[in-house]
Design a protein. Sequence first.
Length: 202
Amino acid sequence: MNVRFTHLRTRVFVKQIFLVALMLSLCGSVMSQQKTAIVQELHVTAGPLADALKLLQKQSGADIIYDAALLKNLVVKAQDFRSQSVEEVLRSLLKGSGFQVSATEGVYIIKKERNKTTITGKVADEETGLTLPGVTVVVKGSPGGSITNAQGAFSLQADANGDTLLFSYLGYKLNQLVLNGQQQVSIRLKSDASMLNRAVVV
C-alpha cells in the first residue's frame, strides 16, 4: 500500500516538474520574441515623428513609451523599412532628433539624449579652506565617478544641464551639488563632528 502511494506521489511530482519546465520555456520564448520583434514592412511618410511612432506601434504591436509633448515639433522624412527590428526602426526615426531609445523586455522608451561634457572642480575643507585629496565624486544615479587628487581637484563626465554630483569623504558630511549648467565647480565640505567624536570601546 505504501509502495503504491509513494509511486503515485512520484508520478505526480514528475508531472508538476514537467509542467513548470514547459511554462518557463513558453515564457522565455514569448520574451525572446518581444525582444527581437521584427517589422516585416513599414512605409513612413514625411510628417510628424509622433505619427510615425503610432504607425510603428500599430503594425508591430510593440509597447513604445514617449512624451508626445516633447516630440510634437519633430518631423521625419519618408522612409521604407523591411525585415528590421523595432529598435533599429526607432533608431533610424530618431536619428538627429536629440532623442534616444532604450529597450527593456519588449518595452521601448524614448527619452531626450543626455549631452555629456567634462566637469572639473576642486574640493576643500569648509573651515580651513585646505584642499581635500581622496574625496569620492560621483554623478547621482550613475555608475563610476572620480577621486580628488593631491590638490583636491577632480574631473569626470556628466550632463552639465541635468546632473547632480555627490561628494563623500571620511569624517565629513555627504554633500551634493546640482550643476545647473556649470562645467567648473568649487565646493567645500563640512566636517561631521558626530563621526569624529565616535570612539570604539574594546
